[in-house]
Design a binder for this molecule. Structure first.
Ligand SMILES: Cc1cc2nc3c(=O)[nH]c(=O)nc-3n(C[C@H](O)[C@H](O)[C@H](O)COP(=O)(O)O)c2cc1C
Length: 230
């Protein structure tokens, strides 16, 4: 499935279907997610593999008033200060990746109806990261481990489990490094000790129906280019 605009799928019945129909959701219904659904997703995701079964993750799930308060604090931090992530955000990329990243921006702004030259509109759109793109629930992933490469892989395995299990429940998700941009704000809100590093977060909720933005399905390079059999 590589068309650019696809219908929004309800639930996924197989792993393949979950992988094919998962994409980042940027507009959400206000319907709250039942607590037992969130419990199912995250309890199952704990089965994810990790280096020597070290399980470097902790998960913090916020809905209702707590989610609203943190959205306000993070948005305020984003308006008044520069990001200070505890993980190194990548700074340079191979040229083919740069092209894909540029294309992503062009496409998303296009579908969102934002003129690329309109910096004010782009900034407003970027700020929506910090109010979880309107999702009813926000999730933060933290770790007290030294953030080496393999811890990153472990956390990535955990993240993908969550994204696919959410699809199985008919939910949409949006993984966001931006939610690790202001770690002290998150730590204060959740009363976390300094050694608990705020890696990233994700927005989760029922995808808004009839949303062009939600129908945008990012392309991928072809299997012939990236996979070799010997
Ligand atoms: C680790 C990670 C961090 C991301 N952080 C952000 C972010 O901070 N803001 C954002 O708009 N998108 C973020 N994304 C979403 C990616 O841009 C998106 O996954 C990618 O373009 C592929 O599109 P798809 O998720 O729709 O398949 C992140 C994705 C991942 C996996």
């Amino acid at each position: 499935m590589n068309e650019e605009l696809i219908p929004i799928h309800e639930v996924a019945n197989t792993v393949s279907e979950a992988i094919e129909t998962r994409h980042s959701i940027r507009e959400y219904e206000q319907t709250p997610i039942p607590e037992e659904v969130l419990q199912r997703i995250f309890a199952k995701a704990l089965r994810s593999p990790s280096w020597k079964n070290s399980q470097p993750w902790k998960v913090h799930i916020l809905s209702g008033e707590k989610r609203k308060e943190l959205a306000e604090s993070l948005t305020n931090a984003a308006k008044t200060s520069n990001p200070i992530p505890e993980t190194n955000w990548p700074e340079s990329y191979p040229s083919d990746a740069k092209k894909r990243m540029f294309d992503l921006g062009m496409k998303i702004y296009g579908v969102a109806g934002i003129d690329r030259k309109d910096k004010e509109a782009r900034d407003q759109f970027m700020l929506r990261n910090f109010s979880f793109f309107g999702a009813p629930t926000a999730v933060f992933i933290t770790s007290k481990f030294d953030l080496n490469f393999f811890v990153g892989i472990d956390l990535g395995c955990f993240l993908q489990s969550v994204l696919l299990l959410a699809r199985e429940e008919g939910l949409g998700t949006f993984p966001q490094a931006a939610l690790g941009a202001f770690p002290d704000v998150v730590r204060n809100a959740l009363n976390l000790p300094k050694e608990e590093k705020v890696i990233m977060g994700l927005s989760i909720g029922y995808p808004k129906a009839n949303s062009e933005l939600n129908r945008y399905h990012t392309p991928r390079e072809g299997a012939d280019d990236l996979i070799r059999f010997y």
